[in-house]
Design a protein around this ligand. Structure first.
Ligand SMILES: Cc1cc2nc3c(=O)[nH]c(=O)nc-3n(C[C@H](O)[C@H](O)[C@H](O)COP(=O)(O)O)c2cc1C
Length: 191
């Protein structure tokens, strides 16, 4: 089977980010036939149509190139005031423009998120689903990963200490791989 390229987009640049830790954990649990490309989004300017009209900055071109060469997208989002982080929304907006030249369209994706609270970013993920739907991104419906990342659940190296959670995340990544391959198979069938 061909190797898959998955772009990992984490909505927090915080050094001790729970969501980066969750993303690391998920990538470690995936099968060996997936290559992960971590996408940087914390150096983009705030979206401004005038900047775009003058010619997109190199950081934006880099972001779009990363997205374009990915077979699939893994979003791991924090919840900020019941929505996604401004940094993640900014990156989504940049890569969606100019109109007709979005980097997102047609990509399969999965979304997950972690918080200290039990809500596990459920509200933010609902918003992210709505945003990605309008950009023609095909987000996996189930399973949903609302991770209550209490202290000790995951080691700093991304090892899950609770067997039930480890199995859940492993199944999640297996399902994401099948979801992605279904789209690749469909795309190759119509070529
Ligand atoms: C501006 C802001 C708003 C937040 N709003 C929520 C929220 O609505 N729900 C929630 O569960 N946590 C909320 N939090 C707490 C975050 O879940 C927590 O900071 C988490 O660690 C952020 O993810 P990160 O560690 O990956 O940066 C908020 C944090 C910030 C800074």
């Amino acid at each position: 089977m061909s190797r898959l390229k998955v772009a990992v987009i984490v909505g927090s640049a915080r050094e001790a980010s729970l969501n980066r830790l969750l993303a690391l954990t998920m990538t470690r649990l995936a099968k060996q036939d997936i290559e992960f490309d971590w996408v940087r989004i914390n150096d983009l300017p705030l979206f401004d149509q005038d900047i775009l009209d003058r010619g997109p900055p190199a950081e934006v071109e880099r972001l779009k190139a990363h997205i374009r060469r990915a077979d699939a997208l893994l979003f791991v989002t924090p919840e900020h005031n019941r929505s996604i982080s401004a940094m993640l929304k900014n990156a989504i907006d940049w890569a969606s423009r100019p109109l007709g030249a979005s980097a997102w369209a047609g990509k399969p994706a999965a979304i997950a998120g972690a918080s200290y609270g039990r809500i596990g970013t459920a509200a933010a993920q609902q918003h992210l689903r709505a945003i990605l739907g309008c950009l023609d991104v095909y987000v996996m419906g189930q399973p949903e990963a609302f991770i209550h990342l209490y202290p000790g659940l995951v080691t700093p190296e991304g090892e899950v200490t609770n067997e039930e959670t480890r199995l859940f995340l492993q199944r999640y990544m297996d399902r994401f791989e099948s979801w992605t391959r279904r789209f690749l198979h469909a795309a190759s069938a119509v070529q």
